[in-house]
Design a protein around this ligand. Structure first.
Ligand code: HEC
Ligand code: HEC
Length: 324
């Protein structure tokens, strides 16, 4: 079918209309492509989200380097061995994350989180120094402490440094601030029978298990080493330290007392009372060979009074040989 010159032509008009529609679509396509490059459409930009002088882009690199996605999902992408991490910063907050990430093999206790409230970066981020105020702002931290605090976790310890912890927090802060339109949905765990959905039996039996040991508690009669053992568990030390000679996140305590410790700077010191006490107050002062500074938090006298340090040292002293 061809058009005769000079005659009205149906086919030509159709072709014109199709071409017009095509040009319109092309224009819309180009306009939308440009729109996708417009910086922020009510979305946060990773380089604008900071924690402790680090931005979320740096945190993303750490997240990739440790292959966190091999076990976790973000916005539903990734693997399903661990929980989705998109909103974990918003729920649990930076102090809980700072306590959990370097010693992820164990769930932080209340004092283990509290020690991170003294961190200047944490204070600059949340404006909070007080533990009760922190738990009010981040109920997810209170819930995690009550449900799992002091128990082993299913996540392995990874060799994350102090700097990397802060970078990861910057990244998780960013994913929390993203507008995800309600993703991920709240999991419906009511009535499920698997153990993770319920508090640990011990946690339910002892509601105060995660509470801070009170400095004035009547402890005089008890054996200091026994007190030290309980304090080390309550404070969350044993999330990082094995009581035998095994290396966990930090050096094992078994057989440590009275023995020489080789330091990263090449010197050797003897692990006496003074060295152990100093290691608790200022862990970065002397770093044993094979470990990095900045992983263990410093416990000041407000968190762990002198008599508690003495008890813990007595406990470490008692762990000769294999420990228990
Ligand atoms: C080998 C698997 C594995 C890897 C790798 C891993 N995780 Fe986990 N993670 C887990 C599991 C499993 C849990 C849950 C632990 C439990 O329920 O006891 C968890 C829990 C967590 C939690 C607590 C979540 C919550 O809602 O309470 C955070 C935060 C977390 N992981 C962050 C990370 C980050 C950041 C990385 C990378 C640096 C990482 N994980 C790498 C397995 C892993
Ligand atoms: C987040 C992990 C972590 C926590 C929690 C932690 N430590 Fe440590 N600790 C380390 C690391 C890592 C080192 C080695 C590097 C250093 O000295 O900073 C260390 C070193 C030590 C040493 C020196 C050991 C040696 O072989 O020379 C002592 C003693 C010690 N910690 C006691 C404690 C006590 C007591 C607590 C609890 C009040 C505690 N730690 C909590 C990670 C931790």
């Amino acid at each position: 079918m061809t058009c005769t010159p000079g005659q009205p032509c149906e086919e030509g008009r159709k072709r014109g209309r199709a071409l017009g529609a095509l040009l319109l679509m092309a224009a819309i396509f180009v306009a939308l492509s440009f729109a996708s490059f417009v910086k922020s459409r009510t979305q946060v930009v990773p380089s604008d989200v900071h924690y402790a002088n680090f931005d979320a882009v740096q945190g993303k690199r750490v997240f990739q380097a440790y292959n966190c996605m091999g076990c976790h999902t973000l916005l539903g992408n990734g693997a399903y061995f661990g929980p989705d991490l998109t909103n974990v910063y918003e729920h649990a907050g930076p102090a809980w994350l700072a306590a959990f990430l370097p010693s992820a093999g164990g769930w932080p206790t209340r004092p283990a989180v509290q020690v991170h409230l003294a961190d200047a970066d944490q204070q600059a981020d949340t404006g909070i120094k007080d533990m009760d105020a922190y738990l009010k702002k981040f109920p997810g931290a209170a819930e995690r402490i009550a449900r799992r605090g002091g128990h082993d976790s299913y996540m392995p310890n990874l060799p994350i440094t102090g700097t990397e912890v802060k970078q990861l927090i910057a990244f998780l802060k960013y994913t929390s601030e993203m507008n995800t339109m309600g993703w991920p949905p709240k999991p419906q765990v009511d009535g499920l029978a698997f153990p993770q959905a319920k508090p640990f039996p011990q946690a339910a039996a002892a509601p105060n298990a995660g509470a801070a040991p009170s400095p004035g508690a009547p402890q005089a009669a008890a054996d200091p080493a026994q007190q030290g053992k309980e304090l080390a568990a309550q404070l969350g030390c044993t999330a990082c330290h094995a009581t035998d000679g095994t290396k966990k996140v930090g050096p094992g305590w078994g057989g440590l007392f009275g023995h020489p410790v080789r330091l990263a700077d090449g010197n050797t010191v003897t692990a006496d009372d003074a060295y152990l006490a100093e290691s608790i107050r200022s862990p970065n002062a002397k770093v044993p060979e094979g470990f990095t500074a900045g992983v263990m938090p410093a416990y000041d006298a407000a968190t762990v009074p002198d008599d508690q340090v003495k008890s813990i040292v007595a406990y470490i002293r008692s762990l000769q040989g294999g420990g228990q």
